[in-house]
Design a protein around this ligand. Sequence first.
Ligand code: FMN
Ligand SMILES: CCCCCCC(=O)C(=O)O
Length: 376
Amino acid sequence: MSTSCNRDHISHREAARCAEMAMVCLTDFEEYAKEHLSKSTWDYYAAGADECCTRDDNLLAYKRIRLRPRILRDVSVSDTRTTVQGMEISFPVGIAPTAFHCMAWHEGEMATARAAEAVNTCYITSTYSTCSVEEIVAAAPNGYRWFQLYVYRDRKLSESIVHRVEALGYKALVLTVDVPYTGKRRDDIRNQFKLPPHLKVKNFDGLIQEAVGPEEYGIPANTLDPSISWKDVYWLQSLTRLPVIIKGILTKEDAELAVEHGVQGIIVSNHGGRQLDGGPATIDALSEIVDTVQGRIEVYLDGGIRTGSDVLKAVALGAKCVFIGRPAVWGLAYKGEEGVREVLQILNDEFRLSMALSGCRNVAEINRNLIQLAKL
Ligand SMILES: Cc1cc2nc3c(=O)[nH]c(=O)nc-3n(C[C@H](O)[C@H](O)[C@H](O)COP(=O)(O)O)c2cc1C
Ligand SMILES: CCCCCCC(=O)C(=O)O
C-alpha cells in the first residue's frame, strides 16, 4: 500500500478502498490525508506556528458560538448563492491560497482549479503554486479566480506576475500581508521540510536564480520583502486595474487603514495560525472589523472553517464569504479534483441544512440576530 500521496503509485486494493469509503464530513478527508501523505508533507500542511494556539483556536472559537434558530418559516426552498466583488458564486465558500498542491496530488493546482470551476466558486491561486498560472487557466478556462500575491524584494518579478495574471483573466489580486518572515513551524524545522526536488514554484521557474545561498523550504530564502508597508498598496494599485484585496487583517485599526487606502476587500486571516502564535481566532476578530468597515468594502474570512454551521456563523457575523485552506488540500490528497469537489459539496450541503434549520431561506436572511450574545 502506498504511503505517499502520489496516485500513480497507489495499489488497486487501495484504490478500491478509496472508492468504497463514504466521506461524511471534512474531518474524514483530514484523516485520509494524514494516513496517506508522507509525514513531512502532512506536517507542512498541518503546521501552525510555535505552540499552535492560534491554529487550534481558529476551530475552537466556532464551538463557543451558539445560534438562535428561528422556526416555522417555510424553508422548503433554499438558495445558497451569493456574490463576491460583483460575481455570483454558488455559496459563500471559496478556496484560500495554499502553496505546493502538487505534493498532495500530481495535477496540483490544476485539479483544484477544475473543482472550483465545477462548483462555481472562487479559487485564490497562491504565488507559491506548483503549476503555473498559465497551466491553471488552461485547465479550468471558465473558472473564477483571484491571484494571491507575495511581494518579492525584486519588484520586477512581482510586477511581471501581476501583468501575467491580469492578462490571463484573474479577477482580483489578494495581497498577503502577514508574512514579512515565515512563522516558526516546529515540525517543518524538525523534518527539515523542503519542496521535493521534482517540484517547482512554477510561476517563477527560470526567473528566480537557483539557490546558491540559504534556502527555506527548498527555495531561495529572503526573496519576500519584509519592508512592505501601506505605501506598497498604492504601488500595487498603480500596476493594475484589478481590485486589490488585503489578506491578513485582524484589527479594526488596520481595517480602517485598508479602507482609507482604497482597497476593495479585506480577508480577516491569521494564515491558518501559521504566522503569529497568540493572535486571535479569526471568527473572534471578525466583528470589530465588520463594525469598522460599515459595508464600505467587502469583508471575508478564513481559518478554521470545517462545517456548514461554521460558515453560517461567519456569514451571520458579517463575512460576505469564507475561504477554506487545509480542507481543500485534504480533498486533493483524497482524490484530486473529485476530492476537492466532494469537500465543497459536503460544505454546501451542510451550509444549506444549517440555514434551513435556523430559518433562513437565502443568504440575505442570515444576520447577527442568529448569534447568541456571550453571557457575561
Ligand atoms: C499548507 C498551507 C499553505 C499556505 N500557503 C499560503 C500561501 O501561499 N499564501 C497565502 O496567502 N496563504 C497561505 N496559507 C494560508 C491560507 O491562505 C489560509 O489563510 C489558511 O489556510 C486558512 O486556514 P484553514 O487552513 O484552517 O482553512 C497557507 C496555509 C496552509 C495550511
Ligand atoms: C519560503 C516561504 C514559504 C511560504 C509558503 C507558503 C505559505 O504561505 C505557508 O503558509 O506555508
